[in-house]
Design a protein around this ligand. Sequence first.
Ligand code: VAH
Length: 282
Amino acid sequence: MRECRTLAEDGPFEVLNALDATAMASVVARYRIDTIFNLVALLSAVGERNPQMAWNVNMGALNNSLEVARQHHCALFTPSSIGAFGPSSPKDSTPQDTIMQPTTIYGICKVTGELLGNYYHHKYGVDTRSVRFPGIISSVTLPGGGTTDYAVEIYYEAIRSGRFTCPVPSDVYMDMIYMPDALRACVELMEADPATLIHRNSFNLASMSFTPEIICAEIKKRLPAFTMDYNVDPVKKEIAESWPNSLDDTCAREEWGWKPEWDLSRMTDDMLEHIRMKLAAE
Ligand code: VAH
């Protein structure tokens, strides 16, 4: 972790193919990395367009990260997702330990990743840790192929055009989290005392849960002229409806002190402010 912080603040960046285990091992050895954050994934919607590629990329990068972490004695963070749940999981306040039969290749990769993370911890002692992320919302990076992408795109269109056509049904709840909270969760989990962890791969993580109608209303409080209509994408509809409405993150709160700091109102102010500045600069 210390190594990672140093690199992030002062150190260089290396670009490597996460499917190239030799290159990954070489970078880890060269910079004496003590913690690997493997965030490689083809997301839920794009994964359904090419399931074989999604499996090869997502699991190839994870397998390399696990093996490099094992051989080089690194800790490893690999995110799971609300997408690891499926239609047979309890919908509301989805428990930490429950049925997990996802119906997307992305979700299947995430459940497999959780099992592999726990396996490497129990069999080899690798310090693997993980959270089940909600949809992550950020003004810095544009979304790329996820079912929750609408919750970022809506803010851009509120500033750009004042209108948005939503691909997700108006009444479908999904858990969401603002990027500052997501990043803090990664660090706080990896810095937690391992003696307090009962779970490892992977912790339910909750912050806020809303529907397109709810986020639209929050934006309209600030931009009354903003309008939204719908052109529902059948793939995103099926995926979104298969996921939980809300997660129970009691274990994360009790085992390593998780507590979100951003709610929908505060996030909306921050997103609109930063996107205004970003688009003005462009
Ligand atoms: C997706 N943003 O929509 C990702 C995420 C919880 C959703 O995994 O696929």
